[in-house]
Unconditional design. Structure first.
Length: 135
């Protein structure tokens, strides 16, 4: 198998089907690129430039997604842990309702550290002047 130059302008014929199959098998893009004889940047550029190649990749990812859902349904009475892990790591599933957390205000206070003994002893007290309306 001859290697393509890392800057190949267009993917070779049959690349879309290979990418779809590999994506369905959860093959990382780095491995896909190596199998095609190009760098990851070139593979990503091909997918940006070629709608058919991007669609094939997305179709493969969706095929894997459906496989995992099916596996989860078949294993639900036994142990769903492996399928849940894959759904979370590969497809962005998040446990619980995040909507209620989205409406919360979060404040962060940065409190300075306490002064050292020497800094404390050197501290100065600034007396304020009495204003005319003060008793």
């Amino acid at each position: 198998m001859s290697k393509l130059p890392a800057t190949a302008a267009k993917p070779p014929r049959g690349t879309a089907e290979k990418v779809r199959r590999w994506a369905a098998e959860a093959t990382p893009q780095k491995v896909m690129a190596r199998r095609l004889g190009v760098g990851v940047a070139t593979l990503k550029q091909w997918m940006d430039d070629d709608d058919r190649l991007r669609a094939a990749y997305d179709e493969g990812i969706e095929e894997e997604h459906q496989f995992l859902i099916s596996a989860l349904k078949k294993q639900i009475d036994k142990s769903p842990t492996p399928a849940i892990f894959l759904l979370k790591t590969r497809h962005g599933y998040i446990e619980g309702d995040r909507a209620e957390q989205a409406n919360r205000v979060q404040l962060t206070f940065n409190i300075p550290a306490a002064p050292t003994r020497e800094e404390w002893l050197q501290a100065r007290v600034i007396e304020s002047e009495k204003l005319p309306h003060d008793p």
